[in-house]
Design a protein around this ligand. Sequence first.
Ligand code: SAH
Length: 259
Amino acid sequence: MSLPDPLSRIRIVLVSTQHPGNIGASARAMLTMGLTELVLVKPDRFPHPQARATATHALDVVERARVVASLDEAVADCGWVVGLSARVRTLGDEPLRPWQAAERALAVAQEAPVAFVFGCERTGLLNEEIERCHATALIPANPQFSSLNLSQAVQIVAYELRRAAFPGQVEVASKKKHPWFAPPAAEDMERFYEHLERILLSTGFLDPANPRVLMRRLRTYFNRSAPDRNELNILRGILTSFERPKNRRIPLAPEDEGR
Ligand code: SAH
């Protein structure tokens, strides 16, 4: 049996959205991060072809969006409701940072649904809407221009939720863990180090009378960069070109020597 998806009980609520394009773009932002539950409170125009157009592959999220008449209805069953606002209010607690809100949301979502609520493009969340929220969150931005496009604010929250839900993912996405990353065998690395040492002796860079820890340092350096097989072949090829320079070589001009 597979584990329940930690993001499945997190919903995005858009209040009084004016531009249908923002609804589709928000759906896309959600789906790229694995969120699928979208609730629209009194959208100005919906359904709308622009919402479908900007959703691209997230059309399903748009089509399954629930349209409701009030924020109360959108969050009725939620155990925690966070309002996203670009403005710091004088009343109420300090706004949370998106990553703090994401962590808390995932903890609560184990017990009950959680909602992230976004305001309308022109006014943002109204005071009476903020009052319906248990906490607010602010995306830290340029203080002189802190209002993000609605769907971009959704993207940032969705990204933080994914990061909190799957903390290992950022590494998994890195090149080194991809199936096509082919690590060279230890003996191939050894042959490379032998080759490198031979070349450095032949150029005089490595002094056999006084080798110090040069080779050990170079090992540390190459082990840290962890070349794959292809990259190791390139490095071997470079070393070979010192031993047997290619015909196409362009000799160094005298003024370049010693640079
Ligand atoms: N003109 C409005 C901003 C509307 S942007 C205002 O001045 O408040 C639409 C929605 O995107 C906002 O209601 C909020 O939910 C979200 N948003 C935009 N920028 C944000 C930020 N820096 N922090 C948190 N939410 C933000």
